[in-house]
Every structure is written in C-alpha cells, then in structure tokens.
Design a protein. Structure first.
Length: 175
C-alpha cells in the first residue's frame, strides 16, 4: 500500500452541511461533477491530517455544484457537524482533464477532408489517448476519424463546417 504522503491528492471541495440525520453530508464542489471519477475512497483534512474515508455508497450529484456523500463509520448528523468545513480530496487521477477543443466538436456540421465532403459530424468518443469523432456519410455509412490536432485544419461555427487534412487512405479504411 502506498503511503498517503506519496499520493497525488487534489482538493475537490469542502463539506458544507449535513443532509438528513443519518450521516449524509453535502460537499460544495470546486470541480464539475462530470469530471470526477470517484472511487470508493476519499480523503478529508481533519486537524491538519489527511484522513482516508470509504464511501458507504457512490456519491451523487446534489443541486448545481454539490455532491451528496455518505462516509463509512459516520452515522449521524452530529458526527458530520464535527467535520464541517473539512476539505475533501481525491487522487488527481480521479479527475478527468478539462475539455480540450477536440471534445468541443459539434454534431451536425459538414465534415470535409480538404475540399471533399465526407459527411456530417456525429458523436465524440472519448477513448483515452485516441479520441475519435464519428462522421456519417450521405449513405449513412459511419466513418471514424481520430481527433489529432495535426488533422484538424478548421472548425467554422458560422458556416457549420469542420475541415480535416487526413492522411491518404484513412477514410477508405472505414469502407
């Protein structure tokens, strides 16, 4: 087991209040809930120490920027009151990086390879280290295009156009 001091912990929020009387708490998040990939373990800073806690059940989004949590061995609102305002930490690897421009590829845009129309943009597939966009040709054939910064030449939101400069044969691989 890795010592806590060697973990790359990042603050994701702070416990701001109790929720009910059975030991649930509301965390005000400093990170979007969608970016969190929380495991069963989190850390609180209590009296200057990083203390590990297990979730009794997976955390849930709460209102606009909150998180509803239930920690093991904390079973009342009185126990939560003792840890109010405690920072909540998780390992940095549990936070999905902020969206890059590649993830902002809009749906329904005309997609070109240089001057040749390929089809309409579809879903963005967030495959680690190899994100892909689906493009649907006029005959409803699905074409998969890797989202590499070298390939994207232009995204024109006014004209609803995406222009790629793809290596020869890449589109043909999908046939």
């Amino acid at each position: 087991m890795i010592p806590i001091s060697e973990l790359n912990l990042v603050k994701i929020g702070e416990i701001i209040r109790t929720h009910g009387y059975k030991g649930e708490a509301v965390v005000k998040l400093s990170v979007d809930f969608e970016r969190l990939n929380l495991t069963e373990l989190t850390f609180l800073i209590i009296d200057g120490n990083k203390v590990p806690f297990f979730f009794s059940y997976p955390p849930k989004p709460y209102k606009k920027s909150g998180l509803l949590i239930k920690l093991d061995n904390i079973n009342s609102d009185k126990e939560i009151e003792k840890i109010l305002h405690s920072p909540v930490l998780t390992e940095e690897k549990n936070i999905v990086p902020e969206s890059s421009e590649a993830t902002q590829i809009p749906k329904g845009f005309n997609v070109f390879n240089r001057e040749q129309l390929i089809g309409k943009s579809g879903e963005y597939l967030n495959i680690p280290s190899n994100p892909i966009i689906t493009v649907y040709s006029d005959n409803n054939q699905e074409i998969l295009i890797p989202l590499n910064d070298k390939f994207i030449k232009e995204i024109n939101y006014d004209k609803k156009v995406i222009i790629f400069d793809l290596p020869d044969g890449l589109i043909d691989v999908n046939e």
